[in-house]
Structure formats: C-alpha cells, structure tokens
Design a protein around this ligand. Structure first.
Ligand code: PHB
Length: 395
C-alpha cells in the first residue's frame, strides 16, 4: 500500500470515529501500538527488481514468524528512492519525519544510502540496510542504530582476485559503473588480485546507470587481457552480459565478476551468461535443507525465483523479527534491542551468519559458475569473511 493511501485511510478512520464521539481513544491507542516499518527502495530504474525482491523477502520472513513484530501489528510505508542519490536525504525524511517510521529498511544504491545514513545518524531511527554495500556505513560513519544484513562492496571481490589468478588469468581488465559500489568493489579486487600476483592492465568505467558499453568492449578486445573482472547489477548487468557475448568476447576472454553480475538476470541474459565466474555470499544451488525450503516457499509465494536480494531481504526480516521478539515489541528499549540485533545468529539460506562489531555480516563467500540459468557453487572462496570495519568505534 502506498504511503498516500495509508495516510488517507488513517485520516478517514479517525474522522469516522470522531463523528461517533466514542471510539476515538481506542482507535488511537490501537494505531499507536502498531509498529511503523518503512521501505525505502528502488521501485523504478535499473535496480527496480532488486527493490521488489528485497521487499518480498522481508515480508516472507515476517509472515513466517506470524506476521507481527514482538507481538505488535505492523503498519507499512513505502518510498521509491529511484536509486537517485541527490534525493536520498529528502526521501529518507519522508519516512522518518512525515511518516514517523520506527524502522527504515533501505536501500540498494550506495550513494542513496549515504543520505539515509545521515538521516539515521541525526534522528536515531533504526535503519536496516538490506543491500547497499558502501564502506562508510559500517566503517567511519557506522552507528549504533544502523545494521547491515548484506555485505560491504569489497567483501565479494576480496575473494575474487585469488580465484581468478589461480585459474591462470595473470592479466586482467576491470570494468564498472563509476560510483561508490563499483569503486569499492575494485578496491577488493585490486587487493586480492595483485596480492596473488596478477596485473591489472586497465581500469574502465562509465557513469551509473549508463549502458552504452560498445566503445569499452572494443577497447577490451584490443587490450586482449587473460580475463575481465567487473561490477554491474540489475538490468544493466543483463545488458552487459548480452553485449559482451554479442561483441564476440564471451569465448575469447573469460568474464568474471562480483556476483551481483549474475543475480536475478539469468533469464534475461540467456545463454550469453553461461560460464561466467563470480564470487558472492549466496548461491542458488546451495544444497542445504534451509536453502531448498526457502527457494521453494519464495517461488510458490511470489511466482518468481529468488536471488541474493531476496535472501538479503529475508534475512533483514528475520533479524528484525528476532530482535523485536527479544524486547517483546518495546522498540523504545534501544539498549536491549541493539544488543539483541548485535548478537543474533541469522539462520539464512546463504548459511548461518553473525554481525561484526561494526554491524556487517561475517559470512562465507562462494565461488560460482553460471550453468543453465543457475549460479552453481564450485566451492568456498573465503571462509567467515569479515569487513575490516576500519574507523568504526562500536563494540
Ligand atoms: C550498491 O550501490 O551498493 C549496490 C547496488 C547493487 C548491487 C550491489 C551493490 O547489486
């Protein structure tokens, strides 16, 4: 339901009650006892599907726990952040100041997260980050009320470089969207690839969310590296994969990436994606009862296959439900709530994970290969990998 409709229906209920002269106190009490949860996610643009899958994951986890948080009914709010950093603060304040949410779940895009981070730090509202990997959120700008259930941008790529080098790829080209997520993914790749002995012959980039890849693909063909590594995601990733194959590079220069490259896009990319190697904290084919049960339930409920974004949303829902249960719905008891969120073990489809002191998952990173529209696990590329949390004074 949109925020506007919620506001209107609440107003109508209060007017109706007031006209009877009797019901108002009960209604106000019942409403204020509800916990207000706001989604700030991209519902349009290249990351639109990511936002939808995250929301669905959150709802599925909370429904599995009885549809309440610490025994309290939920009132939902939604803002489309359009992956637009310049509107980040304004959109976060729509939820925090106008809608007075108790919890803000968001977002996907690292630049937009910087706006949320500011609002969360200033207002003290609980912020659960279900995707955006921007380092600062759990490093220098970490906060007691901000918890991430996804990754830092360099976490997957810290496991990428060595795996690539070990496959015999000694010279690589890096390509990405030039913004925090791509730049920080590069940091992890550079560190791991050069430490293993690899050489990065060229760094290529284009502005987010541009998808005019042709000139850069021509440059890659003339550079002739042993392999290409990249960060792209969402609709843009599907196009990059198709364009890479159409340019004749697929069978000549192996394509590797931070695993977002092949998340939620395998139908759209088709056979062009076969053989792509990635590192990521989740894989479709994880052969555990937990993952099988999650995938079946998600597919049945939402008529679409889950991906890493659905898992991150699901884990956000689990974290929130478990934390709220621990404080019996008393979200005002911040010390106890944060302690609980810090010490939960999340029994995730990706495997069990815990929070680092800086509030970021400590998790395994899998090496994966695309086969027949599935990310198949090849092995664990990094075990219990924690972000450095550099500059964060929590814990
Ligand atoms: C980000 O901007 O932090 C971001 C966006 C999409 C992804 C991963 C990271 O898939």
């Amino acid at each position: 339901m949109t925020t506007r409709r919620l506001v209107l229906s609440r107003g109508a209920a209060i007017v109706g009650a007031a006209s009877t002269g009797l019901l108002l106190p009960e209604i106000v009490r019942a409403q204020s006892n509800r916990i207000r949860v706001g989604f700030m996610l991209p519902y349009t643009g290249t990351f639109a599907q990511l936002g939808v899958n995250i929301e669905n994951g959150v709802r599925m986890a909370i429904n599995e726990k009885g549809g309440k948080l610490g025994g309290r009914e939920i009132e939902w709010f939604k803002v489309d952040d359009e992956s637009e950093p310049s509107k980040g603060v304004e959109n976060a304040n729509r939820l925090v100041q106008r809608d007075k949410v108790d919890v803000l779940i968001g977002t996907v895009h690292s630049g937009v997260q910087m706006g949320i981070q500011r609002v969360a730090r200033e207002s003290g509202v609980l912020n659960l980050i279900p995707n955006a990997g921007v380092h600062a959120a759990t490093r220098a700008l970490c906060a007691p009320n901000v918890f991430r259930t996804s990754f830092t941008n360099s976490q997957p790529t810290l496991a990428l470089g060595k795996a690539m080098f070990d496959k015999g790829h000694k010279k690589a080209v890096w390509i990405t969207w030039k913004y925090a997520a791509g730049d920080e993914a590069f940091e992890g790749f550079k560190q791991s690839y050069t430490a293993a002995g690899g050489t990065i012959v060229k760094e290529l980039g284009l502005p987010f969310p541009n998808v005019e890849f042709q000139a850069l693909l021509t440059e890659i063909a003339s550079l002739r590296p042993d392999a290409v590594a990249c960060f792209f995601a969402g609709g843009g990733a599907a196009k990059f994969i198709r364009d890479y194959a159409a340019a004749g590079l697929k069978d000549r220069i192996p394509l590797w990436g931070s695993g977002f490259l092949t998340e939620g896009v395998l139908d759209a990319a088709g056979p062009a994606a076969d053989g792509i190697m990635t590192t990521m904290h989740y894989s479709d084919s994880l052969d555990t009862p937990r993952n099988r049960q999650f995938r079946q339930q998600f597919a049945t409920t939402f008529k679409t296959q889950p991906d890493v974004y659905a898992v991150q949303g699901y884990d956000t829902g689990l974290l929130l439900a478990q934390g709220m249960a621990a404080v019996k719905g008393d979200i005002g008891n911040k010390a106890a709530l944060y302690k609980s969120l810090e010490t939960q073990t999340i029994d995730s489809p990706r495997g069990k994970w815990t929070m680092s002191k800086a509030h970021n998952p400590v998790q395994d990173i899998y090496l994966r290969r695309v086969e027949n529209k599935e990310n198949k696990v090849i092995g664990i590329a990094a075990k219990a990998l924690a972000d450095s949390g550099e500059g964060c004074k929590l814990g």
